[in-house]
Design a protein. Structure first.
Length: 95
């Protein structure tokens, strides 16, 4: 995938998906909040439960205003939607 010369990018990866994906943006850095929003739009995630992790330190990025430099690799983890309906447990199965 070739990108225009005036665009910067950040690579991100979900643990369950083998390939790395790309978010393009203008400038040298992107805020964690803006990156989170762009990932949610691109992946069509409609709830707020995604977390960003620094690939070098493994630390969770909690500051929404932290600037992430271009060409960085970010790990993304998502939690299940809180509105998900849970199925009842089956305790006894009779044939």
């Amino acid at each position: 995938m070739e990108q225009p010369p005036d665009k910067s990018c950040v690579h991100y990866k979900f643990k369950s998906i083998p390939e790395t994906r790309v978010i393009q943006f203008d400038g040298e850095e992107i805020s964690a909040m803006e990156l989170r929003t762009k990932i949610k739009e691109q992946e069509r995630i409609f709830y707020n439960n995604i977390f960003l992790f620094d690939s070098q330190s493994g630390a969770i990025i909690t500051d929404a205003h932290k600037l992430i430099p271009k060409n960085s690799l970010i790990y993304v983890a998502r939690l299940p939607s809180p509105h998900r309906r849970r199925l009842p447990k089956i305790l006894d199965v009779k044939p």
